[in-house]
Design a binder for this molecule. Structure first.
Ligand code: 5GP
Length: 195
């Protein structure tokens, strides 16, 4: 997706060889115009997949998921990272090791909002080692709903989460694929760009 790549080039920062900072448009400040385009792109790719529900992880997955949900006309379920007093009934949980926080956490959803007849599209901001995606898949699998695919905004291909998921037969759609990061430099799978 060209608009996204341009944004990564102009506003992203490769902190080191593993971490890309995109606080300027995705993780801290959010660009609504880009989020709308991202929503349209995911919706376009999954228009004929019979999606009935989007599942994402708080907080950075919410904006792109909402835009996609708006386009597809389906609701968005946000998996929580913290226990909540209001989230207790029929709680489903999964363990996730966070790449950025370097710690294990429990993510959860209420079974109230996803049913075995649902066709789910999972959306997240980044795909690195695939732990977040696996955790979200685990939650959806517990509801017996069908997982149609995983949409991520940025896939860091050198961390193999995407490769492992695709090898398992899971459909993974990434809107920008990064082959390599060097300090101050992003190398997309098909071109080299300085930022
Ligand atoms: P994974 O679970 O696939 O290893 O990592 C994906 C999760 O870690 C995403 O939900 C995202 O929040 C975070 N993450 C992984 N790599 C990066 C990165 O380079 N930059 C940012 N901002 N977040 C990342």
């Amino acid at each position: 997706m060209e608009e996204l790549k341009k944004k990564i080039i102009t506003e992203g920062k490769a902190l080191n060889e593993e971490v890309l900072k995109v606080d300027a448009f995705l993780n801290h400040q959010i660009d609504p115009v880009l989020m709308k385009q991202i929503g349209e792109e995911f919706a376009e790719r999954y228009r004929d997949a019979g999606i009935t529900k989007i599942v994402t992880l708080e907080s950075s997955g919410i904006a792109p998921s909402l835009m996609t949900g708006m386009e597809l006309g389906v609701e968005v379920v946000v998996a929580r990272k913290r226990k909540s007093l209001t989230l207790q009934e029929g709680l489903l949980s999964a363990e996730v090791y966070s790449f950025t926080k370097q710690e294990k956490s429990t993510i959860c959803i209420s079974s109230e909002f996803i049913h075995d007849t649902d066709c789910v599209l999972i959306i997240d901001d980044f795909l690195a080692n695939g732990q977040a995606a696996l955790g979200l898949m685990n939650l959806v699998e517990q509801t017996k709903a069908t997982i149609e695919g995983i949409g991520v905004i940025i896939e860091k291909q050198f961390q193999h989460g995407g490769k492992n998921l695709r090898n398992k037969g899971v459909r993974v759609d990434a809107l920008a694929q990064i082959e390599r990061l060097e300090k101050g430099k992003v190398i997309f799978t098909d071109e080299e760009v300085h930022i």
